[in-house]
Design a protein around this ligand. Structure first.
Ligand code: PNS
Length: 164
């Protein structure tokens, strides 16, 4: 069974993340979207909110082989526990490549049985990031073009709450 983990901060999950998930989903028996819990980076959204937003997208897209979980500690430990042989990551730009190369090297040294597979983002989303969505939303701009359809109202409200 080919099991993959799609890890990230997902603060929040954007159309860019969904694009990568939809590209990867048909190629694996199971993909676990793994939300990072104890990041040094402060998170805006709570794990439960992030998971609910992702669940909403996965259901709307009918991605039946996708599960959602969260993890702390090493990603490689999480992959080993799950029996996952693949890590899915998205690449937007050359800047991503440098960051990803660093993460890959660390993971590669920890476990060479777990392969990282990269998907190029849809060019429409090559500029898109969770931080841009947070910034636009908190400044009152319409985030509809950047986040999955069923999540717009919730995200817009939460981001505006914080701005007030
Ligand atoms: O969405 P992000 O913030 O780019 O995702 C980064 C993530 C979650 C993949 C990375 O920070 C991670 O794997 N963290 C877990 C700790 C770990 O395993 N570190 C070693 C690899 S850098």
């Amino acid at each position: 069974m080919k099991i993959a983990v799609y890890p990230g901060s997902f603060d929040p999950f954007t159309l860019g993340h969904l694009d990568i998930l939809e590209q990867a989903a048909p190629l694996y028996d199971e993909i676990c979207v793994a939300i990072l819990k104890n990041s040094a980076k402060r998170s805006f959204f709570k794990i439960e909110e992030k998971a609910e937003i992702i669940r909403c997208c996965v259901e709307a897209k009918g991605l039946r082989n996708v599960t959602i979980s969260s993890f702390d500690g090493l990603l490689i430990d999480f992959c080993q526990k799950l029996g996952a042989g693949y890590i899915i990551r998205g690449l937007r730009t050359i800047t991503d490549f440098e960051y990803e190369q660093q993460i890959h090297s660390v993971n590669w040294n920890l476990d060479r049985q777990v392969h990282t597979v990269y998907f190029m983002s849809n060019p429409e989303y090559s500029f898109l990031s969770s931080s841009i969505v947070r910034e636009l939303g908190s400044l009152g701009a319409d985030i509809t073009p950047y986040v999955p359809a069923g999540t717009v109202d919730y995200l817009q409200r939460r981001l505006m709450e914080n701005a007030q």
